[in-house]
Design a binder for this molecule. Structure first.
Ligand SMILES: C[S@@+](CC[C@H](N)C(=O)[O-])C[C@H]1O[C@@H](n2cnc3c(N)ncnc32)[C@H](O)[C@@H]1O
Length: 175
């Protein structure tokens, strides 16, 4: 999935545009992978922090986004003070999370009042396709639109919107 250029392009485009990043924003990307979105955020004039549970990714991301702070960590336990960020992006990470509600709650806590979150995740329809092959297809967390919206509301977000995007799901909401 990571190597599929069409999916990567769609994810980056959607996460970037829906986050509406602008100069002065403080972005946290949860599950930043190789740092492509961090690079784009810096180019938009935002400050960028990446967090990933993979040591390899934490080494790789700063090569693409040298001005970003990149830390090792877990989506469910974001080790940042409350209200640290104005925007949070999570792109193709949700399906890997053992406790997605805990991750959304952690994001809500780390966002400043009025901060925005954008979560791009894989639709259940793509389970078992090249976009979500085995073993991910069996083990991953695939949720429908209503479930995703309910999780975000339970985590304390408002103005929750879930939109379909070429088989993906884009959740946007405000803190
Ligand atoms: C498919 S990659 C997506 C990377 C990047 N967001 C992108 O769109 O290119 C998923 C990333 O999420 C990270 N990840 C998975 N579960 C995580 C968790 N619980 N906490 C932090 N990072 C996690 C993985 O290490 C991996 O780098």
């Amino acid at each position: 999935m990571l190597e599929e250029p069409g999916i990567r392009t769609a994810v980056q485009r959607r996460a970037r545009s829906s986050g509406g990043l602008r100069a002065g924003d403080r972005l946290l990307e949860v599950g930043c992978g190789g740092g492509l979105l961090l690079r784009d955020a810096l180019a938009a004039g935002a400050s960028a922090t990446g967090l990933d549970q993979g040591e390899e990714m934490v080494s790789l991301a700063p090569e693409r986004a040298p001005a970003a702070a990149v830390v090792l960590g877990s989506a469910e336990r974001l080790a940042f003070p409350d209200a640290s960020f104005t925007a949070i992006a999570m792109s193709v990470v949700f399906i890997f999370l053992p406790d997605p509600l805990a991750a959304l709650r952690a994001c809500r806590r780390a966002l400043a009042p009025g901060g925005r979150i954008a979560v791009y995740t894989t639709s259940p329809r793509l389970r078992g396709t090249p976009a979500a092959p085995e073993p991910l297809a069996s083990r991953g967390y695939f949720c429908d639109n209503d479930e995703l919206a309910t999780l975000a509301s339970e985590a304390g977000f408002r103005d929750v919107v879930v939109a379909d995007d070429n088989g993906g799901r884009l959740l946007t909401a405000n803190a």
